[in-house]
Design a protein around this ligand. Structure first.
Ligand code: AMP
Length: 192
């Protein structure tokens, strides 16, 4: 049960990840949540990440990889996990590959949440988060296009990408995710 939730900001990844992580009893790792907590707690990571997050820019890969490596050391990661908002760059995806090989978890399934730009903007403006101003939303969408969309191809080429229509209601999206989990599990079993 190793899932990478991929998609633009405002796609509903966080909502679905927390729901399914509770249902499947696996950790939900949101790099955005970890960074926001670090910023609020004024930790060394928070101090280094703050200006990037507030501007809607990506936090440098080196900081993100340090926090992910540390999180993967925890015992609760052995039974599976959902990664939400990570990886976001090709460098992060490659570093994650190395990490997963080291932890003998080399077969993650990537779920791509496809949502129209119009819906994304409406959702982000509606959630009222501090970094959800019109200017940062525009910037985050530009960065998503430039740095994160190449990951769709990256995981598609390995035939481990499932595309979900994220324009629908949260309940409909959850149902599709549950169905794709079953398909994923049965195809893995078929390989054994
Ligand atoms: P999110 O909650 O996933 O939308 O993330 C909020 C902000 O945290 C982003 O706009 C970035 O500034 C930063 N962030 C979260 N995850 C990453 C990541 N994997 N790589 C770089 N920056 C990130």
């Amino acid at each position: 049960m190793q899932f990478i939730f991929l998609g633009p900001p405002g796609a509903g990844k966080g909502t679905q990840a927390s729901l399914l992580a509770a249902r499947w009893q696996v950790p939900h790792i949101s790099t955005g949540d970890i960074l926001r907590a670090a910023i609020a707690g004024k930790t060394s990571l928070g101090i280094q990440a703050r200006t990037h997050v507030e501007a809607g820019e990506l936090v440098p890969d080196i900081l993100i990889m340090a926090l992910i490596r540390e999180r993967f050391e925890a015992a609760d990661m052995k039974q599976g996990w959902i990664l939400d908002g990570f990886p976001r760059t090709l460098a992060q995806a490659q570093a994650l590959d190395e990490l997963l090989t080291r932890f003998r978890q080399p077969h993650p399934q990537a779920i791509y949440f496809d949502v129209s730009t119009e819906n994304l903007v409406t959702r982000m403006l509606g959630r009222g988060r501090q970094d959800d101003t019109a200017a940062t939303i525009r910037r985050r969408l530009e960065i998503y296009q430039a740095d994160t969309t190449p990951l769709i191809d990256f995981y598609e080429q390995r035939e481990c990408l499932t595309k979900i229509d994220g324009n629908r209601s949260p309940e409909a999206v959850t149902q599709s995710l549950q169905a794709s989990l079953l398909t994923h599990q049965s195809s893995r079993l078929a390989l054994v």
